[in-house]
Write a protein that binds this ligand. Structure first.
Ligand code: IMP
Ligand code: MG
Length: 179
């Protein structure tokens, strides 16, 4: 375990097993269609790439980068920093996110993507932290429901660190800077 963590919340084995199941579920739901995964950078990268390997139907991938967080606190204001390259009109779009916390990011995403006229639009998140929800968002596929703890690893960062850990862990209080 990384020295800055107090515990491993979800092991690498558990993550991979759950992602395999999600891949099967998604492949069967969208059978006979072509799926467009929209990954929300940067947190989605590890989850999206492992999920993609477990999807057996035709799939294309695009990315969007948003900002709303700096450090540990959400500012509540979401902006698009990097937009999709593809036109998603008439496509079956599945948003791939690392974690749904307040729900503000996903709520912005749903509104933003809807204006582009996709055939269908759903959310797939690796982690769901329902205790922190400020706006309700419909999550179709969720890897794990987690308690109200600040987690890092497997794409998730704290000040741009720890994304490379192959598991999800909880940071030690002493590592988190209060500002
Ligand atoms: P929301 O808009 O509050 O739902 O937050 C969504 C974004 O905040 C996620 O995509 C993450 O990038 C970030 N975030 C929320 N909770 C955590 C956490 O526990 N660890 C790391 N990043 C988080
Ligand atoms: Mg994110």
């Amino acid at each position: 375990m990384h020295k800055d963590l107090q515990e491993v919340l979800i092991s690498e084995d558990k993550l991979q097993a759950r992602i395999k199941q999600l891949g099967l579920e998604i492949s069967s739901s969208y059978k006979g269609r072509c799926l467009t995964l929209v990954g929300v950078l940067k947190g989605c990268v590890l989850f999206l790439s492992d999920l993609l390997k477990n999807i057996s139907i035709d799939t294309n991938v695009d990315f969007i980068m948003l900002s709303s967080y700096s450090g540990k606190q959400s500012t509540g204001v979401v902006r698009t920093i990097l937009d999709l390259k593809q036109n998603i009109e008439g496509r079956d779009v599945l948003i791939v996110e690392d974690i749904v916390d307040s729900g503000l990011t996903m709520s912005y995403m749903l509104k933003n993507m809807t204006t582009r006229g996709p055939r269908s639009l759903e959310i797939c998140t690796m982690l769901d932290k329902p205790s922190c929800r400020r706006v309700k968002v419909p999550i179709k596929y969720s890897g794990f429901v987690i308690p109200n703890k600040f987690v890092v690893g497997y794409g998730l960062d704290y000040n741009e660190l720890y994304r490379n850990l192959p598991y999800i862990g909880v940071l030690k209080k002493s590592v988190i800077k209060v500002d």
